[in-house]
Design a binder for this molecule. Structure first.
Ligand code: FE
Length: 141
């Protein structure tokens, strides 16, 4: 049992090392440790370009620019994911709050949170996503 735990720890350490090589330090802190970038600091806060926002770690299609809106919060905000199967939602009780965490379904990284204060005419959701977790593939129109 001790030995299998040690093997599992070793595998975990290898995975963490691979993630550190793949991500910038800021991305690692957000995507692997559930951190949050400073508001209004991210690359895509004000972006209105058309295209697909993909997972910066694995390329999974997460949010279409069609669903992006200006929430005034300082983080890219979307009314819905590209496809519900592409994300995972999980209750997050950290920092003394109960929130719903949004993760990439394909690679498991943390993306942000979803709140119920989005535009009511578009379903009322606000997916609050860190820019650092996204890579916009512009559609060129
Ligand atoms: Fe991913």
């Amino acid at each position: 049992m001790t030995s299998s735990n040690s093997n599992s720890n070793k595998r975990q350490a290898t995975r963490n090392k691979e993630w550190r090589e793949k991500l910038t330090p800021e991305q690692y802190k957000i995507m692997r440790e559930g951190g949050t970038e400073a508001p209004f600091s991210g690359e895509y806060v004000h972006t209105k370009d058309k295209g697909m926002y993909k997972c910066a770690a694995c390329g999974n299609e997460l949010f279409s620019s069609e669903t992006k809106f200006d929430s005034g919060t300082g983080w890219p905000s979307f009314t819905e994911p590209k496809n519900k199967q592409n994300i995972e939602l999980r209750i997050d009780k950290s920092d003394g709050m109960e929130r719903v965490e949004v993760l990439c379904k394909k690679c498991g990284v943390h993306l942000g949170h979803v709140f119920d204060d989005g535009p009511s005419e578009k379903g009322g959701k606000r997916y609050c996503i860190n820019s650092a977790c996204l890579k916009l593939e512009r559609s060129g129109k």
